[in-house]
Design a protein around this ligand. Structure first.
Ligand SMILES: NC(=O)c1ccc[n+]([C@@H]2O[C@H](COP(=O)([O-])OP(=O)(O)OC[C@H]3O[C@@H](n4cnc5c(N)ncnc54)[C@H](O)[C@@H]3O)[C@@H](O)[C@H]2O)c1
Length: 277
């Protein structure tokens, strides 16, 4: 039986851990060849320096050896799919263009782009916002997704086929207390999604966003425990989602079953976005 994504090449950003890594594995399970990219790669000689520059979560992940970029590539190859791993910083336009060109050359096409990379560890009220982290969040979460869309666009346009899936957040649709920079970027992602859906339609490129609520990743487990409890209490299903819940929605949007869906923001949020009491 043919798998739904057989013959497709998927490109995932920020796939060293968390949702990106689970998405990459799920896309491969659905039959795709998968390119695993992240700014953090386990054997990179500049890993400590990069993590320090990125911020507290990256530093902890590096110290505790929770970086699985190449490991994910190996797991995908063991499933019988083609895969490659790249150190790619989504804020570095030259690097993004170079990696996309190399993938297109090696794999023949790029059919699916998952814009997952993000920084989500700056939670403070406006008066305590760190300006450098404001700039970091905008350049990784929003400009990074723009850079990747712009770099993949010519390939998708030429082949008259493409799927772009962007990671938004309920922080973008509803706001997030203490999350000025993060929620701003995620609201921006929804604008980018709808605009590129309009522009991509004539080339059979669909562009959609996933709008997660709280999902049980390492990043979520590192948030303030009080805040975590409050967020769970607000969720209609009274529990965080699992990374697989996001991966299932992504593989669906990447498949032919979603041919007529574009410009959508699909909540995968356990009802955190509903009025509950
Ligand atoms: N976990 C949640 O509850 C949740 C909720 C809503 C939205 N999201 C979104 O889902 C996505 C994944 O979240 P997660 O919980 O797995 O986060 P995470 O912090 O575990 O993973 C983010 C990944 O992005 C990478 N990254 C950071 N800066 C980068 C850069 N400049 N270039 C390339 N890669 C970079 C990190 O190294 C990491 O592997 C994010 O877009 C996030 O905003 C997550």
């Amino acid at each position: 039986m043919k798998l739904p994504l057989e013959g497709k090449v998927a490109f995932v950003t920020g796939a060293s851990r968390g949702l990106g890594r689970v998405d990459a594995l799920a896309l491969a399970e659905a039959g795709a060849d998968v390119i695993v990219t992240d700014i953090l790669v386990e054997d990179d000689e500049n890993l400590d320096e990069t993590s320090e520059r990125l911020g507290p979560v990256a530093q902890v992940m590096t110290m505790t050896k929770k970086i699985f970029t190449k490991t994910t590539m190996e797991q995908i190859k063991q499933m019988g799919r083609r895969s490659a791993a790249f150190r790619m910083d989504v804020t570095n336009r030259e690097e993004v263009s170079r990696v996309m060109a190399e993938v297109n050359e090696q794999f023949g096409h790029i059919d699916i782009l998952i814009n997952n990379a993000a920084t989500l560890d700056h939670t403070v009220k406006l008066e305590d916002q760190n300006d450098a982290y404001w700039e970091r969040d905008l350049s990784v979460n929003l400009t990074g997704a723009y850079n990747c869309c712009k770099a993949v666009w010519p390939y998708m346009k030429k082949q008259k086929r493409g799927r772009v899936i962007n990671m938004a957040s309920v922080a973008g649709t509803h706001g997030g207390y203490g999350q000025a920079s993060y929620s701003t970027t995620k609201a921006g992602i929804l604008g980018l999604t709808r605009t590129l859906a309009l522009e991509g339609a004539r080339y059979n490129i669909t562009v959609n966003a996933i709008v997660p609520g709280i999902i049980n990743t390492e990043a979520f487990q590192m948030t303030n425990p009080d805040m975590r409890e409050r967020m769970i209490a607000r969720t209609a299903l009274k529990r965080p989602g699992e990374p697989e819940d996001i991966a299932h929605a992504i593989t669906f949007l990447a498949s032919d079953q979603a041919n007529y869906i574009t410009g959508a923001g699909l909540p995968v949020a356990g009802g955190i976005d509903l009025f509950t009491f």
